[in-house]
Design a protein around this ligand. Structure first.
Ligand code: PLP
Length: 361
């Protein structure tokens, strides 16, 4: 039996997506490929009802980090001053990418897992010193869902542009596309969209692509990808099979009720995991209401190392995820993204009881 992936991406695939990935040998310079590319672009815009006149979905080969790096390197002008909201690994990575590309930035830091200080954000934006805010929507380090709607409202108020890392939330959590301040979000195929790794995307305002910005990189320069894609072309070899998978995954997302229905399904599964953990004396690391629907963090069971828990569950067919960095010794993470059936869920509940309660006896 295939293992069920409970790590935060890549995810367990549906049979439809698995079949689509290997369904065709396709040259990326043929019209059939451009039909596929157009369908994926339109499908991505449809997820949040984004209009093609205002928004572009730019596809590129690479992981989520490539999409984020492309977004920052391509859409921040030379004189930008960015305020970066950090409360985990991925917020810190935004600052790191800004530094690498010579983008002037300052961090507003909160501890890993803590909430952002919106009052401090408002005061900093009121100084008029910042042109952009960079933030992570779902900070996968801990599962915290950051309040991007409130952040976007503040950015709109102070006429500051907002760029979001939505790598682990696009397709399952709400995004403030209706806020003028929102310029772009970075995402990937292999998380809430249920595609395979290798394909990343930036959904951004068409106007953001038209800024006169000198390329900081060759292969991650979004305007070049966007210009070619609008002309039914591509600057470089795209991850063709990942597009085949994503086209099918987007159809399945739409058929099953879109991001809102996916969010409810993830929440239901997360609540079931949390319920069993609670019965076993394993506490959630963050209050449920502050976690995303995608992933929750838990304290390690008393007297158990992460490796014991991981290996025990893996033997039962489930792959969980460790805490990152300094949280590795404290917590474990379970994501309920991907194709997880009610039967898989019942088996997981049983496996958790067996591995955690069994270890205590
Ligand atoms: C919020 C967030 N940003 C960025 C990344 C980096 O994505 P990748 O590992 O695909 O480069 C991840 C990966 O889990 C993530 O969760």
């Amino acid at each position: 039996m295939r293992p069920i992936l409970l790590n935060p991406g890549p995810v367990s695939l549906s049979e439809g997506v698995r079949g689509a990935v290997a369904s065709l040998d396709l040259c990326h310079r043929e019209p059939e490929y451009f039909d596929l590319q157009d369908a994926v672009i339109q499908g991505l815009l449809n997820v949040y009802g984004c209009d093609l006149k205002t928004w572009a979905a730019v596809l590129l080969g690479g992981s989520g980090t490539a999409a984020i790096e492309a977004m920052l390197a391509s859409l921040l002008p030379a004189d930008a001053h960015a305020l970066v909201l950090e409360n985990g690994v991925y917020g810190e990575r935004l600052s790191r990418i800004a530094r690498i590309h010579g983008i002037r930035s300052q961090a507003l830091k909160a501890g890993w897992g803590e909430s952002h200080d919106l009052q401090a954000l408002s005061e900093l934006l009121a100084t008029g010193d910042f042109s952009h805010v960079l933030a992570v929507h779902h900070e996968t380090t801990t599962g915290r869902l950051n309040p991007v709607e409130a952040i976007a409202v503040l950015c709109t108020k102070f006429n500051v542009r907002l760029l979001l890392d939505a790598v682990s939330s696009f397709g399952a959590e709400d995004l403030p596309f209706n806020q003028e301040s929102l310029q772009a979000i970075a995402a990937t195929a292999n998380k809430c969209l249920h595609g395979i790794p290798g394909l990343a995307m930036v959904v951004c305002r068409q106007t953001a692509l038209q800024q006169p910005i000198e390329p900081r990189t060759l292969s991650l320069h979004l305007p070049a990808w966007a210009e070619q894609q609008a002309k039914r072309s591509t600057p470089f070899t795209p991850p063709v099979n990942a597009l085949l998978g994503l086209a099918q995954a987007l159809k399945e997302l739409e058929k099953h009720g879109g991001w809102q229905a996916r969010r409810l399904r993830y929440l239901e599964l997360a609540a079931r995991v949390a319920g069993v953990c609670r019965q076993l004396g394993v506490a959630e690391w963050l209050p449920a209401g502050e976690s995303s629907c995608v992933l929750r963090s838990y304290h390690l069971p008393a007297g158990m190392t992460y490796n014991q828990l991981h290996d025990g569950l893996k033997q039962q067919g489930f792959v969980i995820y460790a805490g990152q960095g300094r949280l590795a010794a404290q917590l474990f993470r379970i994501s309920t993204m991907g194709e997880i059936s009610d039967y898989d869920m019942a088996r997981l509940e049983q496996a958790l009881r067996r591995v955690i309660a069994g270890a205590e006896n």
